[in-house]
Design a protein around this ligand. Structure first.
Ligand code: PGA
Length: 241
């Protein structure tokens, strides 16, 4: 595990974008695993800036996102499909055919999740997976207690996560209660993993996840076992370690 200390959110974003850029430059047809949430928005902004300068080419890159809400279509403004297009894909030369998220509109969870695992498999696996962390230790929608051996599956959101995500919806009741998400096994199979974390709300969980025992109650703790895991945090998120 490698920990990179960043001075600020902007510095964290720039450092993360550097690692993603290096991946794209070294392997132009790489598979990037991408994440939603507030934390990676600055990273995506930085990538867009470098793309606009002509320093990055995404033409051959494939992407697989961690998760999608069950029941939301691509057109839904709260869908992760929409988030990724607004925050990254609409601004770079990514081939739409190479963009992948679980199909939130597939009413059959087993089929939706098996299809997504097949997509990742057929792409040859994930070269670099970007992750955020929830203040309860979740990664993607793998909530505390999620089995480490799960591939893509349908997860029930915890009350904490519904509470945290309601800021993106008009009403709390509108937050979907389920999501199709990569499992811990899927995430751990990525060749490289990069986590970004900022702000004081993440400080306690960063200490617990990466300096405490590895256990399903703290899903992110499994990343201690990954052979190529990098955490980039700002001063506030790393304040307790
Ligand atoms: P955040 O979410 O980036 O909005 O803090 C992180 C997460 O829940 O994975």
């Amino acid at each position: 595990m490698k920990i990179i200390r960043a001075a600020s959110y902007q510095d964290m974003s720039r450092k993360a974008a550097n690692i993603l850029s290096a991946q794209v430059i070294m392997k132009p047809n790489c598979v990037l695993g991408l994440a939603t949430g507030s934390t990676p928005i600055g990273t995506y902004k930085q990538l867009i800036e470098w793309y606009e300068k002509g320093d990055l080419d995404f033409a051959e890159v494939s992407t697989v996102n961690l998760d999608e809400y069950r029941g939301l279509s691509k057109d839904d403004e709260q869908s992760y499909w929409h988030f990724m297009h607004v925050n990254l894909f609409d601004h770079i030369n990514i081939d739409p055919a190479r963009v992948h998220l679980p199909d939130g509109t597939n009413p059959d969870p087993a089929a939706a999740c098996a299809d997504y695992d097949a997509v990742i498999h057929d792409l040859g696996g994930i070269d670099l997976q970007l992750l955020g962390i929830g203040s309860d230790g979740h990664i993607a929608f793998n909530e505390p207690g999620a089995a480490f051996e799960l591939g893509t599956h349908c997860a029930n959101l915890t009350e904490d996560t519904i509470e945290a995500n309601k800021r993106f919806f008009a009403r709390k009741e509108d937050v979907p209660r389920q999501a199709y998400t990569m499992g811990i096994k899927t995430i751990m199979q990525a060749r490289k993993i990069l986590m970004v974390a900022n702000g004081p709300k993440k400080a306690a969980i960063i200490k617990q996840a990466f300096f405490g025992p590895v256990m399903p109650e703290v899903p992110a703790s499994i990343l201690q076992m990954h052979p190529d895991f990098t955490l980039i945090g700002d001063a506030e998120a790393l304040a307790l370690i």
